[in-house]
Ligand binder design. Sequence first.
Ligand SMILES: O=C(O)CCC(=O)C(=O)O
Length: 266
Amino acid sequence: MKPPAIALTAEERDQFEKLGYFSRPSVFTADEIDEMRCAAEDVHRKVLEAADQADAAPVEQVDNQKYQEVLGSTIKWEWNENLRAVRSMEPVFQIDARMAKVIDDPRVWGPCAEVIGVERLSLFSDKLNVKRPGGAPFPFHQEGPYWAYGAEDLERVITLIIYIDEATVDNGCLWVIPGSHRYGPLESLQDRGTLGRLYTDIDRLDESPVPVALPEGSVAFFHRDIVHGSQTNRTDQDRRAYLLAYQPEGLHQWRNGEQRDIGESI
Ligand SMILES: O=C(O)CCC(=O)C(=O)O
């Protein structure tokens, strides 16, 4: 018998099927969230320090975005006249054991195993997103087409976001288009350079996005094809989030090709 905190309710299952997502508010305690915040800041600091070393890998520019390989992580810079920060780091669990601990937490992976219908999982990807005050929007996109060329079992990859800070409309919470997962891979933006091909042309859809605003420590679970994005952080506080994706046991991670099975069974 699965602990009730993990078992999917009929309503959650229904929402996932119909809308492509469901959320669980305040899954993590204040102490756990404090630890995640410290870990996120330590990772961010270590990555910045490593990127500043003379022997660091070169910064690669794609359209208006800058990327770099640092500490085994692909980092995306948030680099403009006002800000020099790292916006996202993927993967990060190898940099800090406190992030790795979250991956093995059954409150996170248990619902994923149930949605996929397997007992045991392996990690597909982990990503830390740090949206500082003024941090830029993330255009609407689907994960499925983005992952298509690296996944060994794409149909059974499920993804989620853990809000390390409260996520509001003002600080750039995620927005999703409910039900959009049912369309499968959608038309991308054709006229926006290389990266445009990763972004979804939402003007072709009838449905409108809704915000996924939740307290700190909440988790929202997503279908890989749900269309989602986020707006700029218009507050003076950080909006940090940890994004995980799982797949059935025994498969390899997306970015680094390594295999990392999840610890216990439920
Ligand atoms: O953290 C965000 O604002 C956007 C997250 C997202 O959609 C992603 O990283 O794929």
